[in-house]
Design a protein around this ligand. Structure first.
Ligand code: FAD
Length: 398
């Protein structure tokens, strides 16, 4: 079995590394402190460094790196493996990379959108010109999105939307909603739903902030009061939204800032080598060594699923079992890494960024809280295990 990258892939990795090292502003490492497997901090960084974020997206867009996995006729390189390499490198450096538009909206439009929709939206997304937020969850619809109650009724060439979404990450810094709404209230639960694109600036759309567990404004509740959109913004066929959503969720579950795990492990190893506790190097403590060794093994397993999922996608296979395992492991690893890091740092782990004695820029106290969100967003761990049991292992639905 050959696990090596091809020469082309190795060269591409180097190109991305060289690019990111040159492009990141001085002191970026000190500014950015995100925890992998958590959702809570990214929108804050996008908001705080908006100008840099927008510029970076446009630069990446001009290089064709925002749509690496897309077919060549839409500006991509038709290589999920290159996409995976890109995400690995960029997340290692905490650089802007995959987002909702490039990783979820674009690929779903490619699969199910009309030609007109492809022509209108794919170039904008590939250039890095537009940002999206995901409008799925509602107060009474989370894991079971077929319970969606936001309604959109037809009026001439338009749809009129009424309802409420919640936990809408980054809605306040995005341009468009990728929205799930009920377009036929008489059909069965799964059959009367549609996916649609809504401009955030449309009258009747109100965004209210929600602070997350870390005290950060990362998500929102969004209200729709007679919001009017053109019918041409319906994705694919009307009332097929639930099936398209299953596709979109698969795309969401393989977005993995895997390089950030690698970075944190490296930083922890460096820390225990440089830090003394009770007169001895922390790295000589057997419990600390055990934890770091376990983290290294877990990370290796995660990378195994990561590369395999990308490779299978390039072979034209829909890797349901692998991508589900990747989402499950990645989000749970976010928590186990945070727990292990907290134990290694002891009471210092609780200190926050800005404190005089804070180790690792306060990433651990942030990660300890933020990583709770990983096993909830984009499908809870329980739901993902259920998918693996039925679709992966062929067990009956319950
Ligand atoms: C940080 C964060 C960011 C988010 N961002 C967004 C976003 O941008 N857009 C968006 O639309 N949503 C977003 N969400 C919402 C997220 O998708 C939902 O929270 C998630 O799908 C779970 O839904 P729920 O919270 O309603 O919980 P519920 O569905 O009510 O689940 C409650 C509990 O029941 C369990 N459960 C439910 N159904 C099953 C089942 N069939 N089998 C076994 N156990 C089950 C769950 O695992 C969970 O433990 C975000 C959530 C978080 C935490």
């Amino acid at each position: 079995m050959d696990f090596e990258f091809t020469q082309q892939e190795t060269a591409f990795r180097k190109e991305v590394e060289d690019f990111v090292k040159q492009e990141l502003p001085p002191g970026w490492d000190e500014k950015i402190f995100r925890w992998p497997g958590g959702y809570g901090a990214t929108p804050m960084f996008e908001a705080n460094f908006k100008e840099f974020w927008d510029q970076s997206f446009r630069k990446l867009g001009s290089k064709g790196w925002l749509c690496l996995g897309w077919p060549t006729e839409y500006g991509g390189m038709a290589s999920t493996m290159k996409q995976a390499i890109f995400n690995d490198v960029m997340s290692y450096y905490g650089a802007p990379a995959a987002d909702v538009a490039t990783s979820i909206v674009g690929p779903t439009i490619l699969l199910v959108g009309s030609e007109e929709m492809k022509k209108e939206w794919l170039p904008k997304i590939a250039r890095g010109d537009v940002r999206f937020w995901l409008g799925y969850s509602e107060p009474n619809a989370g894991s079971d999105l077929s319970s969606c109650q936001t309604k959109a009724y037809e009026e001439g060439d338009d749809l009129i939307i009424n309802g409420q979404k919640i936990w809408s990450s980054g809605a306040h810094i995005a341009d468009y909603a990728w929205l799930l709404a009920r377009t036929d209230s008489t059909a069965k639960k799964h059959q009367g739903l549609s996916l649609m694109i809504v401009d955030n600036r449309t009258p009747g759309l109100t965004i209210r902030p929600i602070q997350n567990i870390c005290g950060i404004h990362s998500f929102n509740e969004v209200f729709f009061d007679d919001v009017r959109i053109p019918k041409k913004h319906i994705v694919g066929e009307i009332n097929k939204g639930f099936y398209y959503l299953m596709v979109a969720l698969q795309f969401e579950r393989i977005i993995m800032p895997i390089g950030a795990f690698r970075r944190i492990l490296e930083e922890l190893v460096k820390y225990v080598k440089e830090t003394k506790r009770d007169g001895a190097m922390l790295g000589k403590n057997s419990r600390v060594r055990d934890k770091l060794a376990t983290m290294a093994i877990e990370l290796e397993i995660l990378y195994g699923f990561y590369w395999r999922t990308a490779w299978l996608m390039d072979q034209g296979v829909a890797p349901v079992l692998e991508s589900s395992a990747l989402k499950l492991l990645g989000s749970e690893l976010g928590q186990s890494f945070a727990n292990a890091a907290m134990e290694i740092l002891g009471p210092f782990g609780q200190l926050e960024k800005g404190s005089k004695w804070v180790p690792l820029k306060g990433m651990v106290s942030l990660g300890y809280l933020d990583s709770v969100s990983g096993p909830i967003g984009a499908g809870t761990s329980e739901v993902i295990r259920g998918i693996m049991a039925t679709r992966g292992l062929g067990l009956p639905r319950i």
